[in-house]
Design a protein around this ligand. Structure first.
Ligand SMILES: Nc1ncnc2c1ncn2[C@@H]1O[C@H](COP(=O)(O)OP(=O)(O)OP(=O)(O)O)[C@@H](O)[C@H]1O
Ligand code: SF4
Ligand SMILES: [Mg+2]
Length: 357
């Protein structure tokens, strides 16, 4: 694995719950992110998957320094950025940019596309000399497959997919090393989703970006990621290459998620086993003791309530080389192929972008 560009250790974000107006008293906390460890190798794509509310966006906001963690560290090129402030933080933030989920609300409707894409240059004036900014913006529009002549148009004059391209152009303006894309296609029509995913995949390769691609859609994540982290209730519970996670999952939660992915091939669909999870996701204010997945896990035993399983290679897979040899936070991790071979959505991204309009 390449040298990590970002090392996340024990990352925590707890939002306090308070009562009272004059004397505010903390009565508990929403444990949105509750101890995440991740290495981000330079130049690859890490997919993060998990159900709604598991802490994906909170993690994303901490990675790009829009929010300070409650605890834990984020080392960027060896430096703990959670301790930085002022100019030092600004220098780091320039290299780690975010693409937001909703292209309808994340673009200011009163600004032209040129001003939106060029806005980062106002904050980091040294990134492009004033006289050169217009040219840079047009170049960025071209890179994301938009007509540079549209530079004076407003967001409402674009489709959802085109707006997301504008958001991506803005994310690339400062030539960042890392881009965190939080559900970048969830608000788009299915027909447009593949185009935007393909665009991100192309940009990742072309600019050697390190991409974090967050989605609740496992099929989309598989298309674009070379490594995948599965999140449950504020923690990463399984981490591996796309083949390790999709074809050789060892964590019961990953297996349950995969068993619910639509399978296009009718024959493979017949052979696929469905794992139906009981109960609801517990509230992040009351996380179960021991393994946080135990209230929904069909394999749960006494040990699961007593001991927190660590995200590490399970003991029984440590001694042999094989696809099950990857970190999994389960005391009883066991390889189980849920999606039969040929059962995945076979459409490979073709790298083409949306035709220019
Ligand atoms: N500012 C905040 N104050 C209090 N609680 C918050 C705040 N932001 C997020 N949360 C809570 O933290 C938990 C994780 O939220 P988050 O938005 O990170 O989840 P998510 O995985 O991105 O979900 P989705 O897939 O729906 O976008 C949720 O229970 C959410 O209600
Ligand atoms: S540790 Fe126990 S409860 Fe948790 S996933 Fe493994 S078997 Fe299930
Ligand atoms: Mg989210």
């Amino acid at each position: 694995m390449a040298e990590p560009i970002l090392e996340v250790r024990g990352l925590v974000k707890h939002y306090p719950l308070t009562r009272g107006v004059v004397f505010r008293k903390q009565t508990g906390a929403v444990k949105a992110v509750d101890g995440v460890d991740l290495d981000l190798p330079a130049g690859g794509t890490l997919g993060i998957v998990g159900e709604s509310g598991c802490g994906k966006s909170t993690l994303a906001r901490m990675l790009v320094h829009l929010e300070r963690p409650t605890a834990g560290t984020i080392h960027y090129r060896g430096e703990d950025v959670t301790r930085l402030s002022g100019r030092a933080l600004k220098r780091v933030r320039r290299n780690i940019q975010m693409v937001f989920q909703d292209p309808y609300t994340s673009l200011n409707p009163r600004m032209t596309v040129g001003d939106i894409v060029g806005e980062p240059f106002e904050i980091h004036p040294d990134a492009a000399p004033r006289g050169d900014r217009r040219r840079r913006v047009r170049e960025l529009l071209d890179v994301v497959g938009l007509n540079p002549e549209y530079v004076n148009r407003y967001p409402h004059q674009f489709s959802g997919g085109q707006r997301q391209r504008i958001g991506i152009a803005r994310g690339l303006a400062l030539n960042p090393e890392i881009v965190v894309a939080d559900e970048p296609v969830s608000a788009l029509d299915v027909s447009v989703q593949a185009q935007v995913v393909n665009l991100l995949a192309r940009l990742q390769r072309e600019f050697s970006l390190t991409l974090v691609f967050i989605s609740h859609d496992l099929s989309i994540v598989r298309h674009i990621s070379d490594r995948v982290g599965v999140m449950y209730l504020g923690r990463v519970v399984e981490l591996g290459t796309d083949a390790e996670i999709y074809d050789h999952p060892t964590h019961p939660y990953t297996q349950a998620l995969l068993s619910a992915v639509p399978v296009p091939d009718p024959e493979a669909r017949e052979r696929r086993e469905r794992i139906l999870l009981g109960g609801d996701v517990p509230s992040p204010t009351h996380i179960p003791s021991g393994c946080r997945f135990r209230t929904r896990c069909w394999k749960a035993r006494e040990r699961c309530a007593l001991e927190v399983p660590l995200l590490e290679i399970p003991a029984e897979y440590r001694i042999w080389e094989g696809p099950a040899r990857h970190p999994s936070a389960c005391h009883f991790a066991e390889e189980r192929r849920v999606v039969p071979p040929g059962g995945e959505d076979g459409d490979e991204p073709d790298g083409s972008g949306e035709p220019r309009r």
